[in-house]
Design a protein around this ligand. Structure first.
Ligand code: GDP
Length: 406
């Protein structure tokens, strides 16, 4: 499985209450991964994910857009999810095509009502999450209080893997409690990684590392057995346990930062690739075959083609249908079966959307998120499949929780 290229794909959503900083986090991810070379600012209307003029005018993310970027040998397909409660259907559809999510919280406000409702939706879909407490630079920012509100209102076991260095305007870095190293940022937001833990924080960092180990051991019996004689947990064991707990939905890794100041996005991306699942780590999709039987389709490029259309956008390029490919392979010019409409469709161009650009692909395989030009009948929610292996994907709300990966 390690050599399977699918293992390096992360289909990721960013969930947040309006104003928590989802757009800014997305923007900084695109910047950090080299997808964009300018730092768009939300307030001057130049961000690249919110490219619909209506979105710019209203200042909220209305339409989900999927953007692909690369980080540390992984492809991250970022699926935008609206944070506004009026767009719950669209959030629901986005959640169906994600394998994992980052939930963004405001370090001053903590958990807000909409964070709670989106969190519950993600629970129903069994989407593993990590939490990013944003706006650590704001006056009144308090990581511990935000973590307490996550524990009290959302009820997951928070696994805090960072200790902030400095507070509010003086927030300049974090101690990575897994590696026990410091990560600081310059005034320009450039990261300086791997420094020793500052002397004045050493004791507090050790205390918090112990708390993290204890929380992990309580949830993960396998990790408990790995405690060495000195009473500590090895770093590799801790990281593996954090991955298992995240993927199994038993715990939520918590990181912090300030997206606006470009602080904390690199460790967030590292956590996404380390802890959140790939398409191989989630259960196969289920649906109903032509003969009425229940069937499953594995995330395998050689299996019959199955995809969900989750977004249709009219753009200057044409009618773009965003697809999550669950199984199989499709090529340009192939005919597929729209199982929802009950008709054949021809695949025109296949595009990978990279913020403000489109890369043309010859084919798309299991695990991919792509946009296709040329589909006429497919709507958001339609199942597309191989004509000789028809399958209608199950309607939303019936996803099984993600299984824990041992
Ligand atoms: P969204 O509604 O969740 O997409 O949030 P935005 O990314 O649009 O951010 C909402 C507001 O918070 C904007 O004015 C941002 O500039 C601001 N903001 C975002 N991240 C931070 C941060 O880390 N610190 C501070 N102080 N402000 C931030």
């Amino acid at each position: 499985m390690r050599n399977n290229p699918l293992a390096t794909v992360r289909n990721l959503g960013i969930l947040a209450h309006v104003d928590a900083g989802k757009t800014t986090v997305t923007e900084r991810i695109l910047y950090a991964t080299g997808t964009t070379h300018k730092r768009g600012e939300v307030h001057d209307g130049t961000t690249v994910t919110d490219f619909d003029p209506q979105e710019r005018d209203r200042g909220i993310t209305i339409f989900a857009a999927a953007v692909s970027c690369d980080w540390d040998g992984h492809r991250i397909n970022l699926i935008d999810t609206p944070g506004h409660v009026d767009f719950a259907d669209e959030v629901e559809r986005s959640l169906r095509v994600l394998d994992g999510a980052v939930a963004v919280f405001d370090a001053v406000a903590g958990v807000e009502p909409q964070s709670e409702s989106v969190w519950r939706q993600a629970d129903r879909h069994g989407v593993p999450r990590i939490a990013f407490v944003n706006k650590m630079d704001r006056a009144g920012a308090d990581l511990d209080a935000a973590v307490a509100s996550i524990r009290d209102r959302l009820h997951p076991a928070p696994l805090v893997v960072q200790l902030p260095i400095g507070a509010e305007g003086g927030f300049t870095g974090v101690v990575d409690l897994v590696r026990m190293r410091a990560l600081t940022w310059t005034d320009d937001g450039d990261a300086v990684d791997g420094a020793p833990v500052p002397d004045d924080l050493r004791e507090e960092a050790r205390r918090r590392r112990r708390l993290l180990e204890e929380a992990v051991a309580e949830l993960h019996p396998g990790a408990l057995e790995e405690f060495c004689d000195s009473g500590a947990l090895r770093t590799g064991t801790l990281a593996a346990a954090l991955r298992d707990l995240t993927r199994g939905g038993d715990g939520v890794v918590v990181l912090c930062g300030s997206a606006y100041r470009n602080r904390g996005v690199e460790p967030l991306l590292d956590a996404v690739t380390a802890y959140l699942p790939s398409p191989l780590d989630v259960p196969p999709v289920r649906g109903t075959g032509d003969d009425g039987t229940a069937q499953q389709r594995p995330a395998d490029p050689a299996a019959p083609f199955t995809a969900l259309a989750f977004k249709v956008n009219a753009t200057a390029t044409g009618r773009l249908t965003y697809l999550r490919v669950y199984s199989g392979t499709i090529g340009k010019g192939d005919t597929v079966w729209d199982a929802t409409a009950g008709r054949g469709e021809r695949i025109g161009r296949i595009l990978r959307v990279q913020a403000d650009r489109h890369a043309q692909l010859d084919r798309a395989v299991a695990g991919d998120i792509v946009a296709v030009v040329g589909l006429k009948s497919a709507r958001a929610g339609s199942t597309l499949c191989a004509p000789d292996a028809p399958l209608l994907l199950e309607p939303p709300g019936v996803a099984e929780p993600v299984v824990s990966v041992a």
